[in-house]
Design a protein around this ligand. Structure first.
Ligand code: FES
Length: 140
């Protein structure tokens, strides 16, 4: 017969194993390199959708990419992968800068490093508008 103590210990062990497994899965996904060149599709977004000061994250040719329209209306596009350890960066509309949530690197609209541990600027991606649609890549 199984006593309550055995059931309790088994339950705690099962929960611990589940926590370890899920933590390992999350860690593996976090550290895995972002696949490159998964698609050759063109990203097309209606130009009027992005208002001055706003940014949007898309996947362009398999790479996370930030498209930002500055307050003057000019478009900027940059690879959205931090040059420190590869976290996804985000556009902070209020601060008007790009920020990495992992170790607080900050970047200007042109990708230059403003602060934090990032060793290099964010690479720029060609961006333009064709027939009312935002387009990324060499066709712009
Ligand atoms: S990964 Fe972005 S600051 Fe470390």
């Amino acid at each position: 017969m199984v006593d309550r103590r055995t059931i309790l210990v088994s339950s705690v062990q099962a929960c611990g194993l589940a926590a370890l497994a899920s933590g390992g899965y999350i860690t593996a996904n976090y550290l895995a390199p972002i696949p490159e060149g998964l698609g050759e599709e063109e990203v097309e977004i209606p130009a009027e959708r992005l208002k001055p000061g706003q940014g949007v994250q898309v996947v362009h040719k398999g790479k996370p990419t930030l498209i930002i329209r500055d307050r003057e209306g000019e478009l900027h596009a940059l690879t959205a992968v931090c040059t420190h350890l590869g976290c996804l960066v985000k556009w902070n509309e209020d601060a008007e800068r790009i920020e990495c949530p992992c170790h607080d690197a900050t970047f200007a609209l042109d990708g230059t490093v403003l602060g934090g541990p990032a060793p290099k600027p964010l690479p720029k991606v060609p961006v333009g508008v064709k027939e009312g649609m935002i387009q990324l890549g060499e066709k712009t």
